[in-house]
Design a binder for this molecule. Structure first.
Ligand SMILES: Nc1nc2c(ncn2[C@@H]2O[C@H](COP(=O)(O)OP(=O)(O)OP(=O)(O)O)[C@@H](O)[C@H]2O)c(=O)[nH]1
Ligand SMILES: [Mg+2]
Ligand SMILES: [Zn+2]
Length: 298
């Protein structure tokens, strides 16, 4: 039997086994593909080539070049790749668990590093009256002012889901955020017919429906959605001060006018970013979180 080479996108992986989109019709059941040790780095969202073996199963031939890959610190702080070929981070925050603006900032920096778009999803809008402080509303509004799309969502009744769908067309988007903010609930609203969205039962006892592995779903109107496991925290990898400040897009226009072109916008004389903070052209909250992140780099 000749073995035709297929190209396909990885849906998810369980150990040495990959689920790959069916080449005949993506709506047909996926292909189970075995990956040798040298393909340990293949993740959800990767494109691979594979072929059928004579004895019926399939195996990976090659990992195709990636546009980018999202990593997070894994076991003993070693970076672990979560998903590849991402066009957009959907940064999910909720009113309960309480919002983490720090985490939003860090995901925005990651988006800049990945050359991906970023959209902020504020989920559990039904709980806002009870839990949102004035300070929280202010923080949320800052992102809008900077120019990021912010969508308020209620993943129980579907409020905001249509607006979100409009932001997802023809892109590969990944839901990211802390455990329990409602990523899988949002995925369920986007794809109500996809029963595989029901979370896997975790061994760790973290909760019955907590998501344990990143999974790719094809959107009916074009594009893909990746649901990913919640994070406790999202630490920035090994980045330079310049890469850090690049992640604060509202600094860019001012940074051009800093006296030193390697200005870290901290203590340097003639810093146009700090001046902009003093003049209320840049949010003090964001600037303070930037300084904190800068101190944490070194
Ligand atoms: N009140 C309210 N509860 C919600 C909303 N969205 C999700 N929830 C609840 O929040 C809990 C966590 O939702 P999940 O969708 O499993 O959260 P997740 O982000 O996927 O969590 P991990 O998979 O652990 O990362 C569930 O009990 C949901 O029913 C919402 O808009 N409002
Ligand atoms: Mg989940
Ligand atoms: Zn500066």
């Amino acid at each position: 039997m000749s073995s035709i080479l297929h190209t396909g996108r990885v849906i998810t992986r369980f150990g040495a086994e990959l689920l790959v989109e069916n080449p005949d019709d993506p709506n047909l059941p996926p292909i189970r593909c075995t990956a040798k040790r040298k393909f340990d780095s293949i993740v959800c969202g990767d494109y691979i080539t594979w072929h059928h073996n004579p004895h019926g199963n399939a195996s990976v031939d090659e990992l195709l070049a990636r546009k980018n890959a999202l990593t997070r610190p894994g076991y003993r702080g070693r970076p672990r790749t979560i998903a590849a070929n991402i066009d957009q981070l959907l940064i999910v925050n909720s009113w309960l668990p309480e919002p983490s603006w720090d985490l939003v900032d860090r995901y925005l920096i990651a988006a800049q590093q990945l050359d991906a778009e970023a959209t902020i999803l504020m989920n559990k809008s039904d709980l806002a009256d009870q839990y949102a402080s004035d300070e929280d509303w202010l923080n949320l509004d800052i992102y809008r002012q900077i120019g990021y799309p912010v969508i308020e969502i209620n993943a129980i009744n579907g409020d905001g889901i249509e607006a979100l769908k409009n932001h997802m067309k023809d892109k590969t988007s990944i839901l990211s955020g802390r455990s329990g903010v409602g990523k899988s609930s949002i995925a369920n609203q986007i794809l109500p017919d996809t029963d595989i969205l029901v979370g896997l039962i975790s061994d760790s006892g973290e909760g019955k429906h907590t998501t344990t592995t990143a999974t790719l779903y094809r959107l009916p109107n074009g594009g893909y959605l990746i649901d990913s496991p919640g994070v406790r925290d999202y630490a920035l990898g090994d980045i330079s001060p310049k890469e850090l400040s690049d992640g604060y897009i509202e600094f860019h226009e001012f940074a051009l006018h800093c006296r030193f072109n390697n200005c870290t916008h901290d203590h340097e004389p003639g810093c146009a970013v700090r001046k902009a903070v003093e003049d209320n052209k840049i949010s003090k909250q964001r600037y303070q979180r930037y300084i904190q992140a800068l101190r944490n780099l070194v």
